[in-house]
Every structure is written in structure tokens, then in C-alpha cells.
Design a protein around this ligand. Structure first.
Ligand SMILES: N[C@@H]1[C@@H](O)[C@H](O)[C@@H](COP(=O)(O)O)O[C@@H]1O
Length: 235
């Protein structure tokens, strides 16, 4: 793992932007793996403000809440449109369909999307319990797209984006850890003290399914861009 420590989220967005631009400029960004949450927003702001052209790039998102439609303003689909897709058109945007009638079929469809679009760069945030995508502690490192029951702590952490905690969906569809690990490059972003323990466990801890992000220690090209606060326990 390569670790880049930055001053703050704005600087982190700029560092990540440089990596994305490099790969795009060299013609090697065919599929861009994207994440939601507050963390990647500064990167998306950089992308939107730039003259980079993504019209020949496909995107693949990590996850979506079950039960929310794409036009629900709490859905990850809506988030992506608002923060990136409406301003930066891609060739095609892929996200799991949280309203699919048959969720098992939807997971199989999404695995096929990923198989047909090998991910060149995958952006990741990290949960306070070190989840990636919605792969919570205990998720198999061999997992592909699946249906996930969110943990209490994730529901609580994500409730800040909802009016009340009861509104937070309790299930999601998430790309699995095996699929995430098959990405050519992974850029994990983390900012703030609340992420410090997760970053410590990811970087210094044993590789364990109890710490989903710890598997990144085995990836050949994983880059962590983290601020001083998130890095405070690994120094
Ligand atoms: N499924 C998402 C993750 O992909 C994200 O990394 C995490 C952290 O969110 P934030 O960046 O807002 O701290 O939230 C959600 O659980």
C-alpha cells in the first residue's frame, strides 16, 4: 500500500484527481469505479471543474440502498447525478438497481457488468468500522455482488444524511470484495479523526475479514490518500 498524507479533504481531492488524470490521459481509463459518501466529493468537484472528458469512459458504482429509486434524493444514484454525472457525462453509468424485483438476478446482472467492464481505477471511501462499499465486517474476501444487511453502526453513521434514523434503509446491494480487489488500481480516501482507527486497522492490523479494508494490503496498486487526522494513529 502506498500512503499519501495530505493536509485536508480539498488537498486529497487534488491528489486523487492527479492520479485519475494521469490514467485518463494515457488512454488507460476505460472503466472508472466510483464511490459515494461525503469523502469523494472533493475529488468529484475537481473532476467537474476540469476539462477532462469522460464520454468514452464507463463508470461502475460500488453500491446502492435497497428500496430507493434513482430519483429519491437519498439514493446513491441521485448522489452521483448531483455530484458528478449531471455535469460530467460518461459513456455509460452503471449502478445497482435498488428497486429490482428480483434481487438475486440483479446481483448476477451487476457481476456481469463488472466482468464486462474490468475496473481500471476504483475509488473507495471507508466506514468507521473499515467497511468498503457496503461490505461490512465479516464479509467474505471472496464475495461478489451481494445483498447486505447494514450494521447498526453504519445505519447510525449514515443517518446524518437522512431526516431521521428510521428513514435509513437497512439493506443494500454492494459490489463484493473480490470484485473490488480485481480493480487494476484502488484509491482509498479517508479524512478526519473518526476514520483514524479504521485506517490503523487497515494499514497496521492483520488482514482479516473483520476489517474489510485490510485486504488492500494484498493489492499490488492500492493508494491511500488520507489527511493528518485520519493518519494520526499510524504515525
Ligand atoms: N457505502 C458507503 C461507503 O462507500 C462509504 O465509504 C461510507 C463512508 O461515508 P463517508 O465518506 O460519508 O464517511 O459510507 C457508506 O457506507
Amino acid at each position: 500500500m502506498k500512503i499519501i498524507i495530505v493536509k485536508d479533504q480539498v488537498e486529497g481531492g487534488k491528489e486523487a484527481f492527479k492520479l485519475v488524470k494521469e490514467t485518463l490521459d494515457s488512454g488507460n481509463l476505460k472503466t472508472f469505479g466510483l464511490a459515494t459518501g461525503s469523502t469523494p466529493i472533493s475529488l468529484y468537484e475537481e473532476l467537474v471543474a476540469s476539462d477532462l472528458d469522460f464520454t468514452s469512459v464507463n463508470s461502475v458504482n460500488l453500491d446502492e440502498y435497497i428500496g430507493l429509486s434513482a430519483d429519491n434524493d437519498q439514493s446513491y444514484h441521485y448522489f452521483m447525478k448531483e455530484h458528478l454525472f449531471d455535469q460530467k457525462p460518461f459513456k455509460h453509468n452503471n449502478l445497482p438497481n435498488g428497486l429490482a424485483q428480483n434481487l438475486a438476478e440483479e446481483c448476477a446482472r451487476y457481476d456481469e457488468v463488472i466482468a464486462n467492464n474490468p475496473i481500471d481505477i476504483q475509488i473507495l471511501g471507508i466506514g468507521e468500522n473499515a467497511h468498503i462499499g457496503f461490505n461490512e465486517p465479516g464479509a467474505s474476501f471472496e464475495g461478489t455482488t451481494g445483498i447486505v444487511d447494514l450494521t447498526e453502526s453504519t445505519i447510525k453513521a449514515n443517518s446524518r444524511n437522512f431526516e431521521k434514523i428510521e428513514d435509513v434503509p437497512t439493506r443494500a446491494i454492494s459490489m463484493g470484495i473480490k470484485s473490488i480487489m480485481s480493480s487494476r488500481q484502488i484509491i482509498l480516501l479517508a479524512y478526519g479523526e473518526k476514520k483514524a482507527q479504521a485506517i490503523y486497522n487497515t494499514v497496521k492490523g492483520p488482514i482479516s475479514e473483520e476489517v474489510p479494508a485490510s485486504i488492500l494490503q494484498n493489492h499490488e496498486d492500492a493508494i491511500l490518500i488520507i489527511d493528518e487526522a485520519a493518519a494520526s494513529l499510524i504515525k
